[in-house]
Design a protein around this ligand. Structure first.
Ligand SMILES: [Zn+2]
Length: 376
């Protein structure tokens, strides 16, 4: 199964089937006003609103009155929709988001069992390339709920404002060659301690690692993260959970590491490969550089990482035009440095495919479809 279009089609098919079959625990008492509607019908109606790119449940509700759409809905989801959007909200609001983790997991297992991981494996060394990043999917200064994160801002005129957001650590499988992002179950960034303490992206990422590894014990994968997570503590946790890592790094992440690299450069101890390539009719010069076994912080017990970088060099002035730098635990040699850089540079896929597509390409990912918020 090598065809990416087929892969994408299967992914949606599996998701739809599993949402239909998913057993969402019943939270209503017999005789509740909306008890006659199965919870899965409400879940599929909400999924359809998103799937068919409606900006709100209300606008989807009006489409449901159209005969052709209703027929399509029934063909696709094998059930009647719940036509009133308020009823959909009433049924789904109390449902724990954890109820949907099994849908993501079953899609993952089905892809595995169907042999599709072969097409998704980045290289045998990297395994599956998973990209993780924080994303906001709701923000407001007016309304909030107990699951909101908040940030206080002071304005120039002295007034204080509070921004309420819903965020998650979103992780997906990146296809080695195609612009494709297959989402895994996300970890929500939401107060964990009786709504008192704020949560943060790094803590959510740690919870994601623990929870994903507990559910998928044997999968071989490399987690790609941004510079926020490029530190001794987090990367050690990644290794403890038997994942590899490729993390973007910046001089601000570790003074010790960059000093170490600079010393090695001065002694010509870093490995450098330069090559010319014609890109869109122009000659470009690329410099790959790597250095193994670099301490990431200034302590005896520091994690040792392998530093890799790619610079695009102006052939005339020899000055760098663009630079990409990463650290990884995977062994680096002349023959695999380009592949590892390519895996690092695929990071933007999670931004483009995973988030921007959902927000800007017709899907209204950052719209508040129904979470009950109250005026702050
Ligand atoms: Zn909220």
């Amino acid at each position: 199964m090598q065809n990416p279009k087929l892969l994408s089609k299967y992914y949606l098919k599996f998701t739809r089937e599993l949402l239909v079959c998913n057993t969402i625990p019943e939270h209503r008492s017999i005789g509740a006003p909306n008890y006659k509607y199965p919870i899965t019908s409400a879940a599929m109606t909400a999924f359809a609103a998103f799937y068919f790119q409606h900006p709100s449940l209300r606008s989807h509700e009006s489409t449901l009155e159209q005969g052709v759409y209703l027929e399509n809905f029934k063909k696709l989801f094998h059930r009647e929709p719940v036509s009133c959007s308020q009823t959909v909200r009433n049924i789904l609001d109390p449902v724990d988001q954890q109820s949907f983790v099994s849908v993501f997991d079953e899609v993952f297992r089905k892809l595995d069992r169907s042999g599709m991981f072969q097409a998704l494996t980045f290289t045998p060394q990297v395994g599956l390339l998973l990209s993780g990043d924080g994303v906001d999917y709701f923000s407001s200064e007016e309304i909030s709920c107990n699951n909101c994160s908040y940030a206080k801002h002071s304005q120039e005129n002295g007034t204080k404002r509070t921004l309420y957001t819903h965020k998650m650590f979103n992780v997906g499988i990146i296809h080695p060659t195609e612009n494709m992002f297959l989402p895994l179950s996300p970890e929500f960034i939401t107060p964990q301690d009786g709504n008192k303490k704020q949560d943060c992206e790094q803590n959510a990422a740690k919870r994601w690692l623990t929870s994903f590894r507990a559910r998928h014990k044997t999968v071989r994968a490399t987690l790609q993260v941004d510079a926020l997570h490029c530190n001794h503590e987090f990367l050690n946790i990644v290794l403890d959970h038997r994942f590899h890592f490729i993390a973007t790094c910046k001089p601000g992440n570790s003074k010790t590491m960059y000093e170490w690299i600079e010393t090695a450069r001065n002694g010509k101890d870093t490995h450098v490969i330069e090559e010319k390539a014609i890109v869109k009719g122009k000659t470009k010069l690329f410099r790959y550089e790597y250095l193994s076994n670099v301490p990431i912080r200034d302590t005896e017990d520091s994690l040792r990482v392998n530093f890799i970088s790619l610079s695009e060099i102006d052939p005339k002035t020899r000055k760098p035009i663009r630079k990409f730098e990463y650290v990884t635990d995977l062994p680096v040699k002349d023959k695999n440095v380009k592949t590892l850089i390519a895996a690092g540079r695929k990071r933007w896929k999670v931004e483009n495919e995973g988030h921007n597509t959902l927000k800007n390409q017709g899907y209204y990912f950052d719209h508040n479809y129904g979470v009950r918020h109250e005026a702050a």
